[in-house]
Write a protein that binds this ligand. Structure first.
Ligand SMILES: Nc1nc2c(ncn2[C@@H]2O[C@H](COP(=O)(O)OP(=O)(O)OP(=O)(O)O)[C@@H](O)[C@H]2O)c(=O)[nH]1
Ligand SMILES: [Mg+2]
Length: 309
């Protein structure tokens, strides 16, 4: 446990550097005791207000009690109407934020260079290499991007609650398909049993693919949290239900390499071309040329950038 020596200030600084510039990841990782890859990455998503943060707080306490160090990345929704979300998460996960073994960090979903999913995975690498295990990522599963972020994990937990607006029919589309575990939180509230039964029925109807387990919790009292923790743990590295882990990590690595290649090509391509771009943009805006012709002119010959060898 040499990694316990990393202080929170240095870690926060490393995360900020990586958040601002993806090319800082390498040096950030080099300064940490071990390469990333040991931590169980857990994505938690679901509709607004389902109790994701409260649940992560409860799970986090249980992990801390087992001597684990818990890293949390809370992706702050872009919506200007959710101004309080950031502070709210801090408060609800205050039990973790004040604990030496836990690290809670908000990530702004706007302005992430090179895509939110990539940025979050880079930040998760840093926490992983700093010795946090699990690394939990919370997103509000309102849009595809957020579901994608939570799905880029070893284990994806979808949290729903009675009366959060999405009925089972509506949820089936994107959200539930991404789930390894479905949690009906706020099970102390009216309609929870019905929701759980509907979800089980929907899962049982599924023709292909794995059928996620449906669990019930009350995050505010801790009811069902131990069972959820056990189900999550079972899917982590070395767990009895981790058979999919290798394939998922391979897929993730492949996607990240592609993204990094594209980022580097973009970075290498544009310097020195801004005057040409200005000129072509003026032509396109004035109707003297079109976007495709302008792109082709920038790329030269075949219209693709040296795809040859
Ligand atoms: N009755 C009841 N209330 C709960 C439960 N879990 C969370 N809450 C309450 O539900 C509200 C929302 O909880 P959060 O943990 O912030 O939910 P969230 O899904 O993280 O919300 P966003 O991040 O804003 O999408 C809070 O007032 C919690 O206290 C539960 O199991 N039962
Ligand atoms: Mg939250």
């Amino acid at each position: 446990m040499t990694s316990a020596a990393i202080d929170a200030t240095a870690l926060a600084r490393a995360l900020t550097a990586v958040e601002n510039d993806p090319s800082a990841l390498r040096s950030a990782l080099a300064a940490l005791p071990a390469p990333p890859g040991r931590a169980h990455r857990v994505g938690v998503t679901g509709p607004p207000g389902a109790g994701k943060s409260t649940l992560i707080g409860a799970l986090g306490k249980a992990w801390l009690a087992r001597g684990r160090r818990v890293g949390v990345l809370a992706v702050d929704p872009t919506s200007p109407f959710s101004g309080g979300a950031l502070l709210g998460d801090r408060v609800r996960m205050a039990s973790l934020a004040g604990h030496a073994g836990a690290f809670v960090r908000s990530v702004a979903s706007r302005g992430a260079l090179g895509g939110l999913s990539t940025a979050v995975q880079d930040l998760a690498d840093v926490l992983d290499a700093a010795g946090f295990d699990p690394v939990v990522v919370e997103t509000v599963g309102a849009g595809q991007a957020e579901v994608a972020v939570a799905s880029a994990a070893d284990t994806t937990v979808v949290v729903v609650a009675p009366g959060t607006g999405d009925d089972v029919q509506a949820m089936k589309a994107g959200l539930l398909e991404a789930a390894d575990l479905i949690v009906v939180n706020q099970s102390d509230r009216e309609g929870a049993d019905r929701l759980a039964a509907d979800l089980r029925a929907a899962v049982d109807l599924r023709e292909a693919g794995p059928r996620p387990q449906v669990l019930s919790t009350v995050a505010t009292t801790g009811e069902g949290v131990e069972a959820l923790l056990a189900a999550v743990e079972a899917r982590g590295p070395g767990g009895p239900e981790a058979d999919d882990l290798g394939r998922r990590r391979l897929e993730r690595a492949r996607a990240r390499i592609r993204e990094e290649v594209e980022r580097r090509r973009r970075q290498a391509f544009w310097p020195g071309r801004s005057e040409a771009l200005d000129r072509l943009a003026a032509d396109v805006a004035a109707g003297r040329s079109d976007v495709a012709a302008a792109a082709q002119s920038l790329l030269g010959r075949g219209g693709t950038e040296d795809n040859g060898a």
